[in-house]
Design a protein around this ligand. Structure first.
Ligand code: MCN
Length: 779
């Protein structure tokens, strides 16, 4: 493969050998001299008053070094960070201390920590802490929690509702009335986007080491956000930023659940500062199910109006976000800031009304989970498009087609306020339908229905769009730029330090592809480093499918800058003008005369040794770039799902899954496919099996992997993937994100297939056999 074709090459991920041969270092592999271990006592109640805590017996247990409760942290550790406080949260509602004070508000709420010589002693001593709880009624159902008289998590506020957006005004009602007057339709539905538990393979973990000698705090954490953690940690434990260093070793999956600053990171740091020893905490699996943020949990009321031809004339959404017991970093903005902007989906919808409530309940806090807000928004619009098709007796593909925003309309400002960068939605739909052989599928369905087949066949389409690449000013509270430092060593080896923090996505490979292509050198000569706040420039890290679209251009721009400088140096060496120099196949030469060349390594050596540089040329080859885009990017695609439901058992099987996705220019198509595989599996998991279930008292009934049904590879079909390529004008690489696209597009495709098979307007996820059997047998 030629060096120049690096971008777009489906090369294998260079991070995989160490991952699949057990050579990688995770937080639990960190072992430091004198290290102590932490265990966290958590609330066994959904809601209870803490009358007293007696830690004497635990403190006296052999091997125990310290036991801390909320009182001990006062004045030493601040509250858990909320990135953008909204509504009552600005007044303190939902703001948590790292250890519960006065009250526990969910099953799993941390109450005390034990620091001991080993993990098992810490765990045993935890049982010796005596907490006098007074159980309280719990607010579990989000809609009931909004009603007067519901048990209150924060009594002083007199409500569980942190923010309520105003109900619909005249515009949308007029649009609906007019549509009806013109003979059109209005369809309504209540959709539940159930609560999910992220379940990364590696649970969370932290090692904190405070050195009294230089007052420095080093924290190894299984986090997606080393710089954000460093900055917040420093502010919360009262150290200057430069005295705190965060290192992310290998991270075994995050999916948004490690995009937070958690109580355990703060209390481990506090314990290390107090005891003078390094402190390690590794989350247990059952602990992970309650202590790490959950995702989704939204109840949505949708009303959509359309002409008899199927052209949508208005859309009204009332969405209620269940935040759980506290606001974590992004809990309060997931629905409003990430979901609402894509409420119109891929469609040109003239009038939109968005109403939202964000509500506290006695459950684990929710926050970002792969897609964060966008799967919920996509589910609403994609289910709504099917409801329109059903009401009008039209093919769901046709209804989508006549509503699509057209290619010439980009950049396109939607009624939700977002400005879509580029798109060609119909081409992706057509390609997916062709790949699925849609007409034949519909014909087969008609045949099987007529013959009274024992299985109900359903076909579902989802034409999603997403917003990602969070980077423009104002899109993140502390700036959404990304950074890159590129250094060319004397040998010609290139070191790339990125402010992003990939944790499974593969940027060690794709960023190296970008640099190898720019420098026209073998990829083996490029190393990509990330995840250590002391060696990488200030970054905003990895989430919201931003790393390639924001971090990629930072790397690219830095490489470009150095390339220009290297051309100047080469020109001097070749006694030519810099504008005449070409770089190809690791050689700089005068354009048109490749025989007279200096190699990339020779120029690197000249720059670093400096003795032969022309006057005025600064020695060395190193540069740092901070790159900030002007807009987010909007990937899109169409997914087609085919299901069969056994009439006798209600069991649903996905028999085919076709997806055509467009993430702009692809850096590495093999990685893009891998991301789509994982993403689709997670969306299908939500549709078919997953769901966190709470008892009325606030107990999590699905707190182990025996009760919480994760998708199994054996239950998934082979995914049939293809793509279209519509570059974005937002960044110089033309790339959009792909890390969440599969999750966003897939759940609605499955839901549309299931309802199509059953011939009903709507069934809530997950599509368990029992639920589907009841629908079939009550019909
Ligand atoms: N890519 C590409 N060409 C493009 C777009 C992306 O080759 N046009 C490549 C990238 O260079 C990168 C991968 O695809 O190797 C994903 O890139 P991107 O879409 O930029 O997403 P991020 O790297 O920002 O990853 C975040 C995203 C999110 S938000 C979640 S959640 C998620 C996901 O990635 N969590 C993951 N994928 C995951 N994959 C793994 N293994 N583990 C997780 O926790």
């Amino acid at each position: 493969m030629g060096i120049a074709a690096m971008v777009g090459a489906p090369i294998k991920r260079r991070e995989d050998p160490r991952l699949i041969t057990g050579q990688a270092t995770y937080v639990d592999d960190i072992k430091l001299y004198g290290m102590l271990h932490m265990s966290v006592l958590r609330s066994p109640y959904g809601h209870a008053r803490i009358n007293s805590i007696n830690t004497e017996a635990a403190k006296n247990h052999p091997g125990v070094v310290a036991v801390y409760i909320a009182e001990d942290l006062k004045g030493a550790v601040g509250t858990i960070a909320v990135a953008v406080p909204l509504g009552e949260i600005t007044k303190g509602m939902g703001i948590r201390t790292p250890l519960a004070e006065g009250k526990v508000r969910y099953y799993g709420d941390p109450v005390a920590i034990v620091i001991a010589e080993d993990r098992y002693t810490a765990r045993d001593a935890r049982d010796l802490i005596d907490v006098d709880y007074e159980p309280l009624p719990a607010a579990i159902d989000v809609e009931k929690a909004m009603q007067p008289g519901a048990p209150l998590l924060y009594e002083e506020f007199g409500t569980n509702v942190a923010l309520s957006m105003p109900p619909p005004g005249e515009d949308i009602e007029k649009a609906f009335e007019q549509t009806k007057a013109d003979g059109g339709i209005v369809v309504k539905a209540r959709l539940v986007n159930q609560r999910l538990i992220p379940v990364a393979i590696e649970t969370r973990g932290v090692v904190a080491e405070y050195r009294k000698s230089d007052k420095s705090l080093t924290v190894w954490s299984s986090t997606q956000i080393p710089h954000i953690l460093r900055n917040i940690l420093a502010a919360t434990v009262g150290l200057p930023q430069h005295q705190v260093r965060v290192i992310t070793p290998e991270v075994g999956g995050g999916f948004g659940s490690k995009l937070n600053v958690y109580p355990e990171e703060l209390v481990a740091a506090f314990a290390s500062m107090k005891t003078g020893h390094p402190v390690k905490w590794i989350e247990e699996r059952s602990e992970n199910m309650v202590a790490t943020t959950h995702g989704r949990d939204q109840v949505d009321y949708v009303e959509i109006a359309a002409t008899r031809e199927g052209k949508v004339t208005g859309l009204k959404i009332h969405a209620i976000s269940d935040m759980g017991a506290y606001s974590q970093l992004f809990t309060d903005v997931v629905m409003i800031a990430l979901g609402f902007p894509v409420s119109c989906g891929a469609y040109d919808i003239p009038v939109l009304h968005l109403q939202g409530d964000i509500v506290f309940t006695n459950k684990t806090p929710t926050d970002a989970y792969r897609g964060a807000g966008r799967p919920e928004a996509t589910y609403i619009i994609e289910r709504a498009m099917n409801l329109v098709a059903r009401e009008l007796g039209k093919d769901p593909a046709d209804v989508r087609r006549i509503n699509f925003i057209q290619p010439e309309q980009f950049p396109h400002k939607t009624a939700a306020g977002a400005v879509y960068d580029s798109g060609n939605y119909e081409v992706a739909l057509d390609k997916a339908l062709q790949l699925a052989d849609y007409q034949s599928l519909r014909a087969e369905q008609a045949r099987r229905r007529a013959s009274g087949d024992g299985k109900l066949m359903g076909i579902g389409i989802s034409s999603y769009i997403e917003i990602c690449g969070f980077g423009p000013k104002g899109s993140l509270p502390a700036g959404g730029y990304e950074s890159a430092r590129v250094r060319v060593e004397q040998s010609g080896t290139v070191l790339v330090y990125t402010g992003s923090s990939p944790h499974g996505q593969g940027e060690e490979t794709t960023f190296a592809q970008i640099v190898a292509e720019e420098f026209s050198i073998p990829i083996e000569n490029v190393l990509v480093m990330h995840g250590d706040t002391d060696s990488t420039p200030e970054g905003r890290n990895t989430y919201g499918s931003r790393t390639t679209a924001v971090g990629g251009p930072a790397v690219y721009t830095a490489a470009q800058k150095l390339k220009e400088k290297m051309k100047q140096i080469a020109a001097h060496m070749l006694e030519a003008s810099p504008s005449d120099i070409t770089l190809e196949d690791s050689n700089f030469f005068v354009t048109g005369s490749p025989q007279k060349a200096v190699t990339f390594a020779e120029v690197a050596a000249a720059a670093n040794i400096s003795n032969t540089l022309a006057p005025g040329i600064e020695p060395g080859l190193e540069t740092t770039v901070f790159w900030e885009p002007e807009n987010c990017v909007f990937p899109f695609g169409t997914h087609v799902c085919v299901v069969e439901i056994d009439k006798e058992t209600g069991e649903a099987e996905i028999t085919r899954y076709v997806a055509v996705d467009d993430c702009g220019r692809q850096i590495n198509p093999m990685i893009v496919e891998g991301q789509l595989h994982g993403g689709i599996a997670q969306g299908v998991g939500q549709a078919m099996w997953e769901g966190a279930v709470y008892g009325e008292d606030g107990q999590l009934l699905t707190a182990t992997l025996m009760d919480y049904a994760m998708p199994l590879a054996s239950e998934l079909p082979s995914f049939e993937l293809d793509s279209t390529v519509t570059p974005t004008p937002v960044n110089p690489l033309g790339v959009k994100g792909v890390g969440e696209a599969g999750t966003i597009g897939s759940a609605p495709a499955v839901a549309n297939a299931i309802t199509d098979a059953l011939g009903v307007a709507h069934v809530d996820m997950p599509f368990t056999s029992e639920k589907l059997w009841n629908v079939i047998h009550q019909a």
